[in-house]
Design a protein around this ligand. Structure first.
Ligand code: ZN
Length: 438
């Protein structure tokens, strides 16, 4: 639940460690207020701005959402804006999806269509406004709207969405978040870098704040930690470290997995922080999660559901994600990968418990989407609970962060050294057992 909570105003504040603040400046348009009016048949959203901006609005299904893409906007909305809605709008979130691009995502109570969407100039004492009018429709009309539009839209977006570009501005205001992953390739001169690749995946980012049960949003905590772990790993010189994000950018879950696969990563480590819903007792300590079809317990299931909601929060079209491929070879690789993931999780736990307080059940599993690369051993580490005072104190402490990153780096080092030794030097980046062994 907490991951889906709305974003507080001025949430760009409170960076941790070297987390760069969100890129906002005097040059960006400023949104000063937002209102939702109407009823369950017709609902109107108004965003007050200091100038007019181009935008693009479109529908998404499963669940019903409306997404408004804008150029980067500084949101100075009243505290609590979007936490609750009215009429067809259940709630809405706003924030950056990429440098230069902002987004508003509306959760709808049911199928609706965008009856009108426009940006008005300042008039009659009113500031420039973005106005969005939604109208209740039946399921079939909604499906048709999405279907017809996906045929009309350019191939690069390719999603099942119905979009409305602002009048007089047919071009999309901003591109949707990239579905292909751009990664800096190492320079081609000199010998190729054959070191094993470790992908560090700080969770959430941009419009998706993650858990906000503590004084600092999860996205900042985990980025600071990911950067500390990267620095620690790079110092050894043994690994090439790739970050799924190195700033406050929203990255869809599928892209995180693709980064690991594209890099033929030897290891994928996703970094998160948890929170217990209010009134559900207390919990503390770090937990290491691996992928399983059936969650190890109710809490793991809840957590996976929360973390898997990241795409929904960010306004990603969930129907686009390819279904798991049924292929006997992939299945074999997947099983091998799970064995390695579980082995690494145990190594990691043994190293981490010497340095930090672990949860009373430190190894768990559930259906985390970000752990689904069939060929890359993957774990997800919940560093602690932002809902716990002691854990929160740790999460913002430089000393705790560097001690924990040290322990994790030791585990990564030990695990990969062993795998490389078993695999032989030529291909240290693939699951050992997938290849024929003498
Ligand atoms: Zn998270």
């Amino acid at each position: 639940m907490l991951c889906a909570a709305a974003i507080p105003a001025h949430a760009q504040s409170g960076p941790v460690g070297q987390v760069p603040p969100a890129v906002v400046g005097p040059g960006f348009p400023i949104a000063t207020d937002a209102r939702v009016a109407g009823d369950s048949r017709q609902t109107r959203f108004v965003l007050d701005l200091d100038r007019t901006v181009p935008f693009r609005a479109f529908l998404l299904s499963e669940p019903y959402r409306v997404v408004v893409d804008l150029p980067q906007v500084s949101f100075h909305l009243p505290t609590g804006a979007g936490t609750s809605g009215r009429g067809l709008v259940k709630a809405f979130r706003y924030g950056m999806v990429m440098p230069g691009g902002s987004r508003i995502v509306f959760d709808l109570t049911g199928p609706a269509r965008i009856a009108n969407s426009t940006v008005l100039d300042a008039a009659n004492g009113q500031p420039p406004r973005l106005v969005l009018e939604l109208e209740e429709v039946d399921e079939a009309t909604f499906a048709r709207a999405i279907g017809s539009d996906s045929r009309a839209r350019p191939a690069d977006s390719g999603s099942a969405t119905a979009s409305v570009a602002v009048a007089g501005n047919p071009a999309p205001a901003v591109r949707p978040p990239p579905t292909t992953v751009a990664i800096a390739t190492p320079p081609t001169d000199g010998p190729p870098d054959t070191r094993p690749v470790v992908v560090i995946d700080p969770g959430h980012g941009g419009i998706d704040y993650g858990t906000q049960g503590g004084e600092v949003p999860e996205k900042n905590l985990v980025l600071a930690f990911g950067q500390a772990l990267r620095d620690r790993l790079e110092r050894s010189g043994k690994f090439r470290v790739v970050m799924t994000r190195d700033d406050d950018t929203f990255i869809p879950l599928g892209d995180r997995v693709r980064i690991a696969q594209k890099q033929s990563a030897a290891l994928f480590v996703s970094i998160h922080a948890d929170a217990l819903p209010r009134g559900e007792g207390t919990a503390q300590g770090a937990t290491i999660y691996t992928l399983s079809d059936k969650a190890s317990d109710v809490e793991a299931e809840r957590l996976a559901e929360t973390e898997n909601r990241a795409d929904q929060i960010g306004g990603v079209n969930l129907t686009e994600e390819p279904a798991d491929v049924a292929d006997i070879l992939i299945d074999l690789a997947r099983r091998e990968t799970r064995t390695f993931s579980n082995r690494f999780a145990r190594v990691l736990m043994n190293d981490m418990k010497t340095a930090v307080h672990m949860h009373k059940r430190p190894l768990k599993s559930a259906g985390f989407r970000v752990l689904k690369a069939p060929d890359v051993p993957s774990v997800l580490v919940e560093l602690g609970y932002v809902s716990n005072k002691g854990d929160m104190g740790n999460l913002v402490s430089d000393a705790w962060r560097s001690r924990t990153a040290d322990a994790m780096a030791r585990a990564i080092d030990a695990f990969l050294a062993k795998r490389i030794a078993n695999a032989g030097p030529e291909r240290p980046d693939k699951p050992v057992a997938v290849r024929a062994k003498p």
